[in-house]
Design a protein around this ligand. Structure first.
Ligand code: 9YT
Length: 134
């Protein structure tokens, strides 16, 4: 069994920050679970274009508020604690933080390897180097 704490992972290279979000990667590919599991904070008032062409992602809101817009049809879905959205179609989308930061639990298939950040299209590539300590 593998046991980690959010606090320990926040203070390690498992924590990845950008201008609009922070991701703490509690479980990555080298745990050999077939998925990775992250706690993500989306900053209030931010907008992030995302298009996971190489991954499927499920996102569950634990706290805060925001919205997600699917680019293909312009539909906007409010996000609040208890909301889950499931990107089963590799959906191109815009993720927005609301009046306060959102805390999300995120699962990726295939699993992320390490410190991936979005490329110009809002995707993660598949060939990121694994963490040294993981
Ligand atoms: C919801 C989402 O995809 N936010 C971007 C960060 C991502 N969850 C990650 O790398 O943990």
């Amino acid at each position: 069994m593998i046991v980690r704490t959010l606090k320990d992972c926040e203070n390690s290279d498992r924590s990845v920050s950008t201008e609009t979000w922070k991701s703490v990667r509690l479980s990555l590919a080298d745990d050999n679970m077939g998925y990775s599991f992250h706690i993500t904070t989306i900053y209030a008032g931010s907008e992030t274009p995302i298009w996971y062409k190489n991954h499927l992602e499920t996102v569950y809101c634990m706290s805060g508020n925001g919205e997600v817009e699917t680019v293909s049809d312009g539909k906007v879905y409010p996000i609040e604690p208890g909301t889950v959205y499931i990107l089963d179609q590799h959906d191109n989308h815009l993720l927005r933080g609301g009046s306060e930061d959102m805390q999300l639990a995120c699962v990726f298939n295939p699993p992320l390897n390490g410190r991936e950040v979005h490329d110009a299209d809002g995707a993660y590539q598949l060939n990121e180097t694994p963490l040294q300590d993981a």
